[in-house]
Write a protein that binds this ligand. Structure first.
Ligand code: ADP
Ligand code: MG
Length: 246
């Protein structure tokens, strides 16, 4: 982690859905190469927070600044910015009617990031990185859940992101497939990727996170190193939550 470079600055982020106040003033700085794990009860706004970071949701107020560029600034090329922020969802979101390789080259080619040949080369390299080179021509239906999620990660990496957001990437997987996906994420973290990960995998948080944020009611109620949060949580809500999940 590079403590001298702030990658994502979030200042007093507020998000309402109508009269529902989902994010109620979230403030945090995320540094280059930092791995931040977000935990908290269902409905606390974790997914909404991630979705605001790559502007899948419009914010109600507050500021999000990525690499010095304000997300809401009309001068910011939001598509460009979004290309650099990869996102992996619980339910893979692969195109089931096309083979893995086509899933991977679709966005880079459509967005004219590179030629088809270059896109294919990068796609094969990314498949290799997640250990699925031999599945390039397979259809998603021929893959296990864990393999699909590794393909989804590879697809994200094809856009050359320098930030990766993960929203419960292992929650939909059978238990025996969780490890292979977490292993890929651990390797990304080791390679210095800036990552924000919503997960209930406390082992992953302990091992990989630089910082853990505990969210409840649309706010960060507590944050600290995994050691601080898991060994000595200060907020009663954090304690209560950890008692339930650990
Ligand atoms: P979490 O990921 O922590 O479970 P979410 O961010 O998904 O929480 O949801 C937080 C709250 O916002 C929930 O009450 C949810 O119903 C509400 N919410 C999320 N997305 C929308 C939406 N598009 N429209 C209305 N309400 C929403
Ligand atoms: Mg969620």
């Amino acid at each position: 982690m590079n403590p001298d470079k702030i990658k994502i600055q979030v200042k007093n982020l507020i998000k309402d859905f109508g009269s529902l106040h989902v994010l109620q003033g979230v403030t945090t700085d995320i540094h280059e190469g930092e791995v931040v794990v977000v935990i908290g009860p269902s409905g606390s706004g974790k997914s909404t927070f991630l979705r605001c970071l790559n502007r899948l949701e419009e914010t109600t107020s507050g500021r999000i600044i990525i690499d010095g560029q304000e997300l809401t600034d009309p001068k910011t090329d939001i598509n460009r910015l979004r290309e650099r922020v990869g996102m992996v969802f619980q339910h893979f979101n692969l195109f089931n009617n096309m083979p893995v390789l086509r899933n991977l080259i679709l966005a880079p080619v459509d967005l004219k990031k590179c030629s088809k040949t270059e896109a294919k080369e990068r796609a094969m390299a990314m498949l290799k990185r997640v250990g699925l080179e031999e599945k390039a021509n397979a259809y998603p239906r021929e893959l296990s859940g864990g393999q699909k999620q590794r393909v989804a990660i590879a697809r994200s990496l094809c856009m050359k992101p320098d930030i990766m957001l993960f929203d419960e990437p292992t929650s939909a997987l059978d238990p025996e497939m969780v490890g292979e996906v977490l292993d890929v994420m651990k390797e990304l973290a080791r390679d210095g990727m800036t990552m924000v990960v919503v997960t209930h995998e406390m082992g992953f948080a302990r091992e990989v996170a630089h910082r853990v944020l505990f969210m409840a009611d649309g706010q960060i109620l507590e944050e600290g190193t995994p050691d601080q949060i898991f060994r000595d949580p200060q907020n009663p809500r954090t304690r209560d939550f950890l008692n339930k999940v650990l």
